[in-house]
Design a protein around this ligand. Sequence first.
Ligand code: AHR
Length: 525
Amino acid sequence: MRGEVANISKDAMFFALGWSILVLSWVIKEQRMKCIIRGGRHFVIGSVDKRIFGSFLEQFGRAVYGGVYEPTHESADEEGMRGDVIALVRELDVPVVRFPGGNYVSNFNWEDSIGPKEERPTRLDLAWRATDPNQFGLDEFMRWTRKVDTEAMMVVNLGTRGLAEARDLVEYCNHPGGSTLSELRRKNGADEPYGIKMWGLGNEMDGPWQVGHKTAHEYGRLASEVAKALKLFDPELEVIACGSSNSEMVTFPEWEETVLDHTYEVVDYLSLHMYFRNDEDDLATFLATSKRMDAFIDTVISVCDYVKAKKRSDKTMYLCFDEWNVWFHSNEQDKKLEPWTVGPHLLEDVYTFEDALVVGCLINSLLRHCNRVKIACMAQLVNVIAPIMTEDGGPAWRQTIFWPFYYASRYGRGEVLDIRLEVGTYENPTYGEVEWVDALAVHHKEERELVLFAVNRHPDEEISVTLDLSDWEAQVIEHITLEHEDMKATNTKEHPDRIAPKKRGGDGLTLAPLSWNMVRFTVKG
Ligand code: AHR
């Protein structure tokens, strides 16, 4: 009898314990941090120009030599282009690649890079203090763009050179034939004109480090004459004037105002550049750094619209964010490099998991401004601050930052919705109140799909997401995440897939602490 009583009370105890665990987990679930996303089909910021997923290949470091071009590599094709790199660039699906610089372009003679390779001069690149044997030049680049299925953005040298060279370059590239320079291109193997549509008027001309740096007035006058000449050649060309190298430049934003005063009616885009760093190792601040990008874009838009008003113009100036990325890991090791070598290991940032989260937020910032930012180039593409890394004579692999770019490039082309977030915030000394979630929604009308890109900035809270889309009903198709317990984890030659996307399932829609997410929904209604 005593034994039975003891058994009953034991059973009762287990029963009660089971219930308490159930109730407790229910309470915890109910108390889980929430994010409500409100929006709907009628609230649209704009359509994404696919060129917002552009990239940048600068002729220095191992971007070209050992990156896209390595004739002795086992995957190289008959022209010496690495096949493994071509495959990864095609995966990223970049619609435009800017070339040949960057700082490099301001000391570059395009004529050195064409014709028989053995006759090309070896030149010193003053910007990066390296030697360039000119074995991968303009024609090779154009042939490579066809292999990776992209369009070129050609940048002209407005540092050591100017109007005459830009005029010659556009004739060489785009004129069908019958003139000396177009016939020279044909002789060099390109019978058909390249039809390059996008032309950059120099690079970071506001920067004192630039070879041939100029004041805003000097640059504005020159840029307007070069733009005029390019458009006399072909009014359909799209021309990009240099904005500031970043928002910390002492000349920002007067630079924009003065340059636009000179060029407003002859250029189509104003450029922006910005790089992001975490050298203080302050994760909460680093994760909020896309706020700097937001503020920079918003200020540049204000200046453009101010000049528009001043000029009584009907034209809207669009933006070309042609250099952006995280860049700081390689700074110390770069100081130790020998100058004047060919293909030095320059700017070879090895990206961490936290960099991938930040890149996810930066892409959201660009997309959020898609009504004004029409072109953007992640800087850069291979080896030099890049999503793709290679070893000379060895493999190529995807860095952590490859993944948020890959998914945005694949699924981020559509209409960006003007959503509102209801979510908790944290206080940051640099950026003030920062939302725990950075989210962006893209609608694909034809596919009846909604794609959510979201970063959970919270260090330890899972956040549950609820969509309130007025007359739409949404059902999850798939949820892809990047998650890792170590913020400093990297992808390396030995461990190329340490940071790789995973499918996330489970009960309800939740964002793991410190994670990047893409959720695809079908929408009905
Ligand atoms: O992308 C690396 C360098 O950063 C570019 O050459 C220059 O334009 C910028 O300062």
